[in-house]
Design a protein around this ligand. Sequence first.
Ligand SMILES: [Zn+2]
Length: 885
Amino acid sequence: MRTEQPQVIHLKDYKAPEYLIDETHLTFELFEDHTLVHAQLIMRRNPVHGGGLPALVLDGQQLELVRAALDDEPLQAGDYQIDAGSLTVQPRAAQFTLDTTVKIHPETNTALEGLYKSGKMFCTQCEAEGFRKITYYLDRPDVMSIFTTTVIAEQHRYPVLLSNGNPVGSGPAEDGRHWATWEDPFMKPAYLFALVAGDLWCVEDTFTRQSGRDVTLRIYVEPENIDKCDHAMVSLKKSMRWDEEVYGREYDLDIFMIVAVNDFNMGAMENKGLNIFNSSCVLARAETATDAAHQRVEAVVAHEYFHNWSGNRVTCRDWFQLSLKEGFTVFRDAEFSADMNSRTVKRIEDVAYLRTHQFAEDAGPMAHPVRPDSFIEISNFYTLTVYEKGSEVVRMVRTLLGAEGFRQGSDLYFERHDGQAVTTDDFIKAMEDANGVDLTQFKRWYSQAGTPRLEVSDAYDEAARTYSLTFRQSCPPTPDKAEKLPFVIPVELGLLDAQGNDLPLQLAGESSAVGSTRVLSVTEAEQTFVFQGIEARPLPSLLRGFSAPVKLSFPYDRDQLMFLMQHDSDGFNRWEAGQQLAVQVLQELIGQHQLGQALQLDPRLLKALDTVLGDTSLDAAMVAEMLSLPGEGYLTEISQVADVDAIHAAREFARRQIAEHLFEPLWTRYQANRAVSRNTAYVASAEHFARRSLQNIALSYLMLSVKPQVLEATLEQFEQCDNMTERLTALAVLVNSPFEAERAKALESFAEHFKDNPLVMDQWFSVQAASTLPGGLARVKALMQHPAFTLKNPNKVRAVVGAFAGQNLVNFHAADGSGYRFLADLVIELNALNPQIASRQLAPLTRWRKYDAARQALMKGELERILAAGELSSDVYEVVSKSLA
Ligand SMILES: [Zn+2]
C-alpha cells in the first residue's frame, strides 16, 4: 500500500550505490504462521565514491526487525532508524558485517511478491523489488553478491528445499525439521534470488554441454502433474543446444531447475539456476493443453533459459534498463521459436500481436520509450513496449548489421560485460565496436516513445527508366515528448514486375544490381531512393518481414493487394497484403453500417480467400493465418474514433459471407484435416500444429452457416478427439453458436471431466468470458461465482476478467457503461489483494480516448471513481492518474 505521496524516480538521478555487498548469507526458518529470515551481509564502501562513511540505507518493507548487529555488536534502539521502506545504520569502518533477523508472513501474502505460499508450497518472486519484502538489503540490480542460502522447514510438509546454485549440504534438524544449504558461485543481484519449499516431485534428465560436461536438469511439480513435464524438458534441452549453436553460450552451473507454481503474477522468472514458472507455462500434454499452450511452453522455457546469459551473467544497471535483458531475450526466444517451427508464421503472429497491443500502448496515456525516463512503480513497466518493441529494436540492429555482424556484437557484449550490471548504451556500444559503425541516431528508438509513421509514394520515369520511392517519416506526440527527431528505419523491400517476379535492384550511383531484396536505411524526415534500369512501372513490396515497427502506408489499390497476396516472394508480405485488403473491405463495411446502409462485401475478398484455400502448395498454417480477418482490437487501434458496434457488425457480416460463399472449399479442407486427426495420434510438432490450425479455423467459419452437418461434425470432434486443441475449438465454436442445448451440454461435460485440472478450467472460463453473444457481463458474473474461480489466483483473473475486457469488446463496451463499472469495481477489490494484477487489468479503461464522447465520459468516470476509492497501491495509482492526466 502507498503510505506516502507517490515518488517519481528518474533515470537522470542514477547514482552508483554507496556500499557493496560481497557476500550474502541467508537462513530461512519456515513455519506455518511466520518465517524468520537471518541475513549476514559482508559489506564494504563502494570504491567509486570518495572517502567518508555516509549512512547505510537498506531497503525493507513489511518486515518486523527482531535483531540487528554490526560487526557482531548488537544494535540498540538509538543505533538505527526504521521507516516504511528502509532501515538506516551508520557504519564505523569501510568494511563491516551486518547481521539482521526479521519476521515475515508469507502465509498471508496475497500480492505474490517476495516470499509467499502458493497452495501448500513456499515460493518467491523477487523481480523487480520483491526481495525487500524478505530482508533488509540493497535491493537494486547493480548490487551483485555471492549468495549462500540455508532453508529449514518441517520435513514431512516440505521434503524438497531449493535455492539458487549448487546444493552443498542437507540433514535432519530438531522437532521433525530438516535443512538444506545451497551455494551460488555467480555474483547476482537480489532480484534473481529464489527459494522453494514443498512436497514436490521431479522429472530428471541430463544435458551434455558442447564442452563435454553434463548438467542435471530437473522439473519440479506437484505430484498430480508429474505426467505433464515431458514437453517442457524437451524444450529445455532444445534451448540449451540452440544457445550454444547460435550464440556460443553454454550453461554454467551443475544443475538447472524449473519449478511449476499455480499462483504466479507473471509467466515465469529466470532466477539463477532455479527458474520459477507459472504452471501454465510448464505443464503440457495432448489431453490437457492446446497446441498454442505447447508452443507457449516451448517459448517461455527458452526465454527464461536464455536469460542465464542475457539477464543473469550480464544484468541491468537499474530498472530503466529493463529492455536490455527483456528486449534482447524476447528477440532470442522469437528466433528460437522461428527455428523450431514455421519462421513466417511466427513472424505473422508476433507482428499481429505487436500491432494490436503494443501500438495501442504507444498511442495511449502510458506510452513510454523502450528505456523509460521515469516511473512511480517499476512493476508497471513490464510492458509490451519494453518487451515486444524492445525486441523489434534488437531485430533492427541485426537487420542493419547482418547476422554475422550481429553475432560478433553479441560475442563482444557478453565477453566485455560478463559479471557486470550495464545499460542499453553498453549493448549498442558493443554492437558498434564489433562492426565499426555509428549507431548514435539509431539509439533514438530507446529514448523516443510512439509508433513512427512512414508514408511512401512512388514515381516512374519512363524515359530515364528509373523508379523512385519517397519516404516521409513522422511520429505523433507522446506524454514524454511532443517533438520527435527522425529515427533510423530499416526498410527491407523488393520490386515486382508484371509477372510477379522480383527485379534486380540497382540504386542510382551503383554500377550493378545488388540482389533482388534489400534493406534501405531511412534516416531523414523525407528521403528519396532512385532505382535504375527499370523497364516498366513495378509494384513495390515494402517492409518485408516487418523490418521496422512502424505504420507504413502506400496507396495500394485492391487489385494490387490481390496481386501481392499471390506473388510476393516474401511470405510475411503475402499475408500483409491480405490483411490490408481485408482492412480496406472491413472499413468500407463499417462506413456502410454507420450510414445505416445495407452491408455489401467486396467480392474480391472472397475471391482472394478462395484462391488461398485452393492453393495446396501453401503451408497449412499460412492458409490459416491468411483466412483470419484482422481482429476487432486491431480495427480499433487503427480507427480515429472506434465504433465498437460497427466494427463488430462489419466483421461478423464478413465472416458470415465467407462461411456462405466459401462453404464448399472450407468443408473440404476441414474434412480432410479432421480425417488425418482422427487417424493419427496427437503429435506436438510444427506440421501438425499447422494442420490443426487450418482445420480449426475452417470449423469456426463453417459453424456460422448453422448447417446440421456442421453441428454434427463439431460434436463428433468434441467427443471423439484425443487432444485439447480440437476439443477446446469445438467447445468454443459451440459456445458462440445458436445451438443452446448442445452448448450447455458440452460445457457441462467438459467441466465435469476437467474439474480437477485448474489450467483446463482456465480455458473453460476463458471461452465463455470471450463469447460475443449478447449478455456477456451476466455470464462473466456467473462464472465468478463458480467454485473453481478465485480472485486470489492471477490465472483465473486473466481467464475471466482479462478475456472479457480484453477480447470481448462488444460486451465490455456496452453503451450503458456496465462493463466499465464492473471492471472498476474489480480493480478496487484487487488493489487490496494483489496490486500488480489490479494494475494490469486496468489497461482497457486507459484507452478511453479511442471511443465516442458518451463512452469516454463513462470510462473516465470509472477511472475517477477508482482514484477516489482511497488507499491505492502505487501500481494502481500511477496508471489511473496518468490515464486521467
Ligand atoms: Zn524475461
